[in-house]
Design a protein around this ligand. Sequence first.
Ligand code: 5GP
Ligand code: ZN
Length: 122
Amino acid sequence: MEDCIFCKIVRGEIPSRKVYEDDDILAFHDIRPIAPVHFLIIPKIHIPTLGDAAPGHQLALGKIMTMAGPLARQQGADQGFRAIINSGKVGLQEVYHVHMHIIGGPEPLPPMLVRRRTDRVE
Ligand code: 5GP
Ligand code: ZN
């Protein structure tokens, strides 16, 4: 928690371009956006990955889910968006403080995962 980048953003020790804040969650623009709309929503408390979520985190994680739509629309993604939570090593998570990416338009996004031949079940 001491060295966590996103905890530092919550504490104001690292600047961020804020989208929304309340007692439980914070939303801010991704520093390396991959689409015209790309921001992150995080709980203020340190939860390393989605895989670590527990009943005590329901308020913050529930708020992240219910604020995704209003904040996406406010940021201009009014025709839809993609919400991504990378989790752990297999999910290629880079920052180990759970965060939901909100990524959006105006153009449709590329497919999420490319299907490989080996994915086929026949
Ligand atoms: P992950 O791969 O963990 O799902 O995504 C981490 C995201 O955090 C990346 O998209 C990266 O650009 C973003 N990020 C990393 N460090 C910072 C930072 O200091 N400030 C902001 N605003 N975004 C960051
Ligand atoms: Zn943290």
